[in-house]
Write a protein that binds this ligand. Structure first.
Ligand SMILES: Nc1ncnc2c1ncn2[C@@H]1O[C@H](COP(=O)(O)OP(=O)(O)O)[C@@H](O)[C@H]1O
Ligand SMILES: O=C(O)C1=C[C@@H](OP(=O)(O)O)[C@@H](O)[C@H](O)C1
Ligand SMILES: [Mg+2]
Length: 307
């Protein structure tokens, strides 16, 4: 078989160190670009691709690839995609370090993606049983309610805690305590990232204070995979759900009239948020449908569900 044209220089070129700054880059931006460059060089080396081959297959100039690898190129999104495609990896592999077990995880993800939500819950239980994974201490008596705004997490949570004679925690209030300021200000001062870090810290603090509790979480807790995984593993979780119209009516009844200003748009937004979160909420251990129920009826149903 004839050698491919670039065969000879493949490994050499790929492993040739691009100039690395001796000292750590001063700014956060520089450190990020440096990381992208390192990952690019590693992925290219792993594949035994020269810069010339990569350039030919991606349409990005060799000079630019060399510049990126040295941490100097602030690449456009489309060029990044072209390079990732030529390497045969998702663009995210260039942006952040991926865990070493990525192949196993990808196979598991693929398998799980083909199951229904019920089957996924079953698979989780089967794996835990098969590998003898013990539930976290206190999980059975620590209840967490998840779901969209107006589901009834706060109202039902307080009543459930009274009934079980355990403390009730509102995670949003715990976050405010953690930060020493109100949610609105947390978002203004620290943004989404800051809020998520505080949410994680507040949850860790609650989980460390022994067992026996009811926690009403914020509707968006499912947006952070690590925090949500922590919640699922340490608490029995209940997705409190209702029809979209009921969510809206309950929020309006609570005096928040902002959605009334443009009701059709607000309803559309609410449906979109619910749709984006449903597959995550569905990972809860239990589901409580409160549609068409009074608060008392739902309290009774929740108590029975958790017996
Ligand atoms: N079946 C029901 N279950 C829960 N809440 C209900 C029900 N019917 C009406 N509600 C009312 O809906 C509102 C739910 O709000 P809240 O408990 O603050 O929800 P969340 O904390 O999930 O945003 C409360 O005012 C509650 O009285
Ligand atoms: O669903 C959401 O994105 C949110 C729900 C709110 O909590 P409740 O679900 O307790 O109303 C609160 O955390 C924040 O306004 C965001
Ligand atoms: Mg609430």
């Amino acid at each position: 078989m004839a050698p491919r044209p670039d065969e000879g220089e493949r490994f050499l070129d790929a492993l040739k160190a691009s100039p690395r700054p001796g000292a750590p880059p001063a700014s956060d931006d520089a450190a990020f670009l440096h990381g992208v460059g390192e990952r690019l060089r590693l992925l290219r080396a792993r594949r035994g691709m020269t810069r010339r081959i990569l350039s030919r297959q991606s349409g990005v100039s060799e000079r630019y690839i060399a510049q990126m690898e040295a941490g100097g190129g602030n690449v456009s999104i489309l060029l990044l995609r072209a390079i990732a495609r030529a390497l045969g990896v998702p663009a995210t592999d260039l942006l952040a370090d991926q865990p070493e077990h990525a192949a196993d995880t990808a196979l598991l993800d693929d398998l799980l993606a083909r199951l229904t939500p019920d089957q996924r819950r079953e698979a989780r239980a089967l794996l835990a049983r098969h590998f003898g994974a013990q539930p976290h201490p206190g999980r059975a008596t620590r209840i967490a309610l998840i779901g969209l705004r107006g589901a009834g997490k706060s109202s039902l949570g307080r009543r459930l805690a009274e009934q079980r004679r355990v403390p009730f925690y509102e995670l949003d209030r715990e976050i405010e305590r953690e930060a020493g300021t109100e949610l609105r200000e947390i978002f203004e001062l620290h943004g989404q990232g800051g809020f998520r870090r505080l949410e994680r810290a507040a949850l860790e603090r609650l989980l460390a204070t022994g067992s026996g509790a009811v926690i009403a979480t914020g509707g968006s807790i499912v947006a952070d995979a690590a925090t949500f995984a922590l919640l699922l593993s340490h608490c029995r979780t209940v997705w409190v759900r209702a029809a979209p119209e009921e969510h809206m009516q309950r929020v309006l009844d609570q005096g928040d009239l902002r959605p009334m200003q443009d009701n059709r748009q607000a309803m559309k937004d609410l449906r979109a948020i619910l749709a984006s979160r449903e597959s995550l909420y569905a990972r809860a251990d239990h589901i409580l449908d409160t549609s068409g129920q009074t608060l008392d009826e739902s309290v009774n149903a929740l108590v029975t569900l958790l017996k």
